[in-house]
Design a protein around this ligand. Structure first.
Ligand code: NDP
Length: 278
C-alpha cells in the first residue's frame, strides 16, 4: 500500500522540518534570489536551502524578513564551506557567525557540513556541536556523507547529525546510505532531486506520470516523500515552483515505488563524496 506523508518530519531533536524545501543553488544574490524566495514563500514553501558557497545568503535572509510569514514558520538551512574547514575550527566558528550575520534571521534552523573534507570533518563537527549547544543553530547535520564517513564521525561525536543532505534521485538511489541513516535516526535530504532537470527524459517516469495525470517532476518528488526523504527542488520559474509543490495530494503505489527504485544506475550529476577536490 502506498504511504501517506505529512508535511513535516520530526528531527531527532524533536523539531519539525518541512519535507519539501526550496533549493537556491545558482540563483544569484540580490534581486534574483529575493524574487525566487519571495515567490516560493507565497506558494507555501516553508523551507529554504542555501549555503555560504552559493553566495546568496543575504538575499535569502532579506526575502524571509520581507515576507509576511513569521520567522518561526520558515526553516532555513545553510552550510559551512570546505575552505573554512581546511582553515580549522576558528575559521568554522567565523564562517558560522558570518552566515548568521548575512542571513540576519536570529538563528539558523539547520547548519550542515557541506562536504566531508578528509582529515577535517571531525574537528568541524565539534564546532557544530558547540554552536548547537548555544541554540544559534537549532539543528546540525552533514551533507555528502557516505556510510563510512558517518561511521568515522560517530565514533567521536556527542551529537548524532540530525540530517544528511545527499545527491538522491531515480538514477542514484543510495539504498545502503538510506539504511545507514535510518538506523541512526538521521533524516535523509535529497539534493538535485530532479537530476538538474534531466529526470524528465526518463521514459518509465513519463509513463507513471501520465497514469497519474502528473508531471515527471511531481512523480519524482513524490517518490522522495514516500521514501521519507526530504526534498529541495530548485526552480527560478514560479510555474515550476508551484508544480514542484503540488505533491501532497496523490500517492504512488508500492509497485510504482519499486519500478522507480529499479531505475538506479549509480549515476551522479554531482561530485563523488570520496573523490572531490574543491
Ligand atoms: P534540481 O534537481 O532541483 O533541478 C533544478 C533544475 O531543474 C533547474 O534547471 C530547473 O530549471 C529545473 N526544473 C525545476 N523544476 C522543474 C520541473 N518541474 N520540470 C522540469 N525542470 C525543472 O537541481 P539542483 O542542483 O538545484 O538541486 C536542488 C538544490 O539542492 C540546490 O538548489 C541546492 O539548494 C541543493 N544542493 C546541495 C548540494 C550539496 O552539496 N549539499 C549540491 C547541489 C545542490 P528552472 O529553474 O528553469 O525551473
Amino acid at each position: 500500500m502506498a504511504k501517506d506523508v505529512s508535511r513535516v518530519v520530526t528531527l531527532s531533536n524533536g523539531r519539525p522540518m518541512p519535507r519539501l524545501g526550496f533549493g537556491t543553488w545558482r540563483i544569484a544574490d540580490g534581486e534574483p534570489v529575493e524574487r525566487a524566495v519571495r515567490a516560493a514563500l507565497d506558494l507555501g514553501y516553508r523551507h529554504i536551502d542555501t549555503a555560504a558557497a552559493y553566495g546568496n545568503e543575504r538575499g535569502v535572509g532579506q526575502a524571509v524578513r520581507d515576507s509576511r510569514v513569521p520567522r518561526d514558520d520558515v526553516f532555513v538551512t545553510t552550510k559551512v564551506w570546505n575552505a573554512d574547514q581546511r582553515s580549522g575550527p576558528a575559521a568554522v566558528r567565523k564562517a558560522f557567525d558570518d552566515s548568521l550575520a548575512r542571513l540576519d534571521l536570529g538563528h539558523i534552523d539547520l547548519y550542515l557540513i557541506h562536504w566531508p573534507v578528509k582529515g577535517r570533518y571531525k574537528d568541524t563537527w565539534r564546532v557544530l556541536e558547540e554552536i548547537h549547544a548555544t541554540g544559534r543553530a537549532r539543528a546540525i547535520g552533514v551533507s555528502n556523507f557516505l556510510p563510512h564517513h558517518l561511521d568515522d564521525l560517530l565514533a567521536g561525536a556527542t551529537v548524532v547529525p540530525m540530517v544528511n543532505q545527499v545527491e538522491f534521485h531515480p538514477r542514484l538511489v543510495q539504498r545502503e546510505l538510506l539504511a545507514a541513516c535510518r538506523r541512526r535516526g538521521i533524516v535523509v535530504e535529497a539534493w538535485s532531486p530532479l537530476m538538474q532537470g534531466k529526470v524528465v527524459q526518463i521514459p518509465e517516469l513519463r509513463e507513471i506520470a501520465k497514469r497519474h495525470g502528473r508531471t515527471v517532476a511531481q512523480v519524482v518528488l513524490r517518490w522522495n516523500l514516500q521514501h521519507d526523504v526530504v526534498t529541495i527542488p530548485k526552480s527560478a520559474n514560479p510555474d515550476r515552483m508551484a508544480e514542484n509543490a503540488a505533491i501532497f495530494d496523490f500517492e504512488l503505489s508500492a509497485e510504482e515505488m519499486v519500478r522507480i527504485d529499479a531505475l538506479d544506475r549509480h549515476e551522479r550529476v554531482g561530485p563523488d563524496p570520496d573523490n572531490f577536490n574543491f
